[in-house]
Ligand binder design. Structure first.
Ligand SMILES: Cc1cc2nc3c(=O)[nH]c(=O)nc-3n(C[C@H](O)[C@H](O)[C@H](O)COP(=O)(O)OP(=O)(O)OC[C@H]3O[C@@H](n4cnc5c(N)ncnc54)[C@H](O)[C@@H]3O)c2cc1C
Length: 461
């Protein structure tokens, strides 16, 4: 597809809409909007704009659509598959200044926010009212970016992912038309579910400007535990059994030995260097939580657990979760000069033990360095496979190992991406994962965005 170029005429038009202070052609600004947190190559946009409302976005999209200028929405740029990289240049719409919490309706457990609100800040605000928005990707992501990627995180095993919390949204289509999808009702069977169409569409169908989210009450009590095993297989079998036992952990995370080693170093912890599960339960009474933990303890024992540490206080528990959130940083700091290919496969829970074992085998076969961790309770494996990008032979091995792992997940009935989105990195698996229905996805894209201006080069090869 050939795209148009921004001329002085269009720049004047945009200046009249947003004013000179909310647009930039400055090198450093363009640089900052050229790539996310992944290894995928940087490509500077031609212009960055900070809109303030749907109407401004509508004018800009209408103009861009007429002369075929690529437009890529940008939240906080924390993606790890190249999702917001403006690979064809053009305009980046940075939603950062649309960061207002518009309306909290405590009586309905709902909040209406602009797309640029950072979810951590939203949760800080909500905590005053005893409420929270559970999907939790760890990085300082925006709600719009979480909708874009259908993000989730350590709490998803109990509460669900972003898509489970969106009730309605305002979306600006590539034509400039502004629509509302969904209602304030928590259930509906009224026609096609357009909210869910835009969620996970990675900015390829339109720009989300406002979102109404369903909330949940902050749990009164929690109990966390650290369990260690001789082998990863014992740990992953335990995960699968906990999930089948009818228990509902609020977090169930796996960390293999290399991951524990780097986390110990980076966070100055002294966890035994063994395959480890971090588990947390949340609820209304201590006695209820104790009962749940007793069941978990039995399952762990049956699977040969070495250590079951359940007397964790609030401070220690917070330190552990902080360490979990910092896994990526810990790997980075321990391996200067290396680049990570990030695996994000998710499989049905019964296949999780095989998935992890297969991943470790692929990395060992290629004699590479790899770290296995992830949201085990949701069947989600993150492996970071390390290599030196400039050493072609080695990076090729990294890609081959990654490909082998994703293919195995798909054979298990799983997905190439549990939460990071397709972006650039997972495009090559889309046909294999979706078969004929990929064609329908493309038809939907062509219907909504016939000129292909919205975040081109993503999802489809
Ligand atoms: C250390 C680290 C840990 C992470 N852990 C997790 C994790 O546990 N779980 C998880 O899910 N993710 C995780 N991520 C990935 C990332 O944080 C999430 O995908 C997050 O949702 C991205 O949000 P963002 O605001 O940075 O969006 P961006 O990266 O800016 O954009 C994401 C995508 O959405 C589109 N987009 C952004 N805003 C809008 C909008 N308003 N309308 C339409 N499209 C839009 C963009 O074009 C892009 O395609 C992690 C990232 C890092 C760096």
């Amino acid at each position: 597809m050939t795209y148009g170029k921004l001329t002085d005429q269009e720049l004047d038009f945009i200046r009249r809409i947003v004013g000179p202070e909310r647009m930039s052609l400055g090198e450093s600004v363009l640089d900052l909007h050229g790539k996310d947190e992944s290894f995928h190559p940087k490509r500077r946009p031609d212009l960055v704009i900070w809109p303030l409302d749907p109407e401004e976005i509508s004018y800009i999209l209408k103009m861009a659509n007429e002369i075929r200028i690529p437009v890529t929405p940008w939240g906080a740029g924390t993606s790890i598959e190249g999702n917001p990289n403006p690979v064809e240049g053009g305009i980046v719409l940075d939603l950062q200044q649309m960061n207002h919490i518009l309306q909290l309706r405590t009586e309905d457990l709902q909040v209406r926010v602009e797309a640029g609100v950072i979810y951590k800040e939203l949760n800080q605000y909500l905590s005053r009212y005893g409420l929270f928005f559970p999907p939790d990707p760890g990085a300082a992501a925006t709600i719009g970016g979480m909708v874009g990627n259908n993000a989730s995180g350590i709490r998803t095993v109990k509460y669900g992912s972003t898509k489970d919390f969106v009730l309605n949204m305002i979306v600006v289509l590539p034509s400039g038309e502004i629509i509302r999808t969904g209602t304030n009702a928590v259930k509906s069977s009224s026609g096609y579910d357009l909210c869910r169409l835009f969620i996970g569409s990675e900015g390829t169908l339109g720009v989300v400007t406002e979102i109404t989210l369903r909330l949940v009450g902050l749990p009164a009590e929690f109990m966390a535990t650290v369990v260690q095993f001789h082998t990863v297989r014992e740990a992953t079998n335990t995960v699968s059994q906990i999930m089948r036992s009818g228990l509902s952990p609020a977090a169930l995370e796996l960390l293999d030995i290399p991951t524990i080693q780097v986390v110990n170093q980076f966070k100055k912890l002294s966890l035994k260097e063994k395959p480890t599960l971090f588990i947390e339960f949340q609820g209304t009474s201590v006695s209820g939580l104790k009962e749940e933990l007793e069941v978990v303890k039995e399952i762990c024992k049956d699977n040969g657990s070495l250590q079951f540490d359940s007397g964790i206080g609030r401070e220690e528990r917070n330190r552990l979760w902080e360490a979990r959130y910092d896994v990526r940083e810990s790997i980075k700091v321990a391996n200067p000069g290396f680049t990570a290919l990030v695996i994000d496969t998710a499989v049905p829970i019964s296949k999780y033990p095989d998935m992890v074992e297969w991943g470790q085998k692929k990395v060992a076969e290629k004699e590479l360095k790899g770290y296995a961790f992830g949201h085990a309770g949701s069947g989600n494996l993150h492996m970071e496979i390390l290599g030196i990008l400039e050493e072609e032979g080695q990076w090729q091995k990294v890609l081959e190992a990654g490909e082998g792992i994703v293919k195995f997940a798909l054979e298990c009935g799983g997905t190439a991406t549990g939460e990071h989105g397709v972006g650039i990195g997972k495009k090559k698996f889309m046909k294999r994962e979706h078969g004929e229905s990929l064609k329908l996805m493309k038809q939907i894209k062509d219907l909504l965005d016939p000129n292909g201006i919205m975040n081109p080069g993503k999802i489809f090869e």
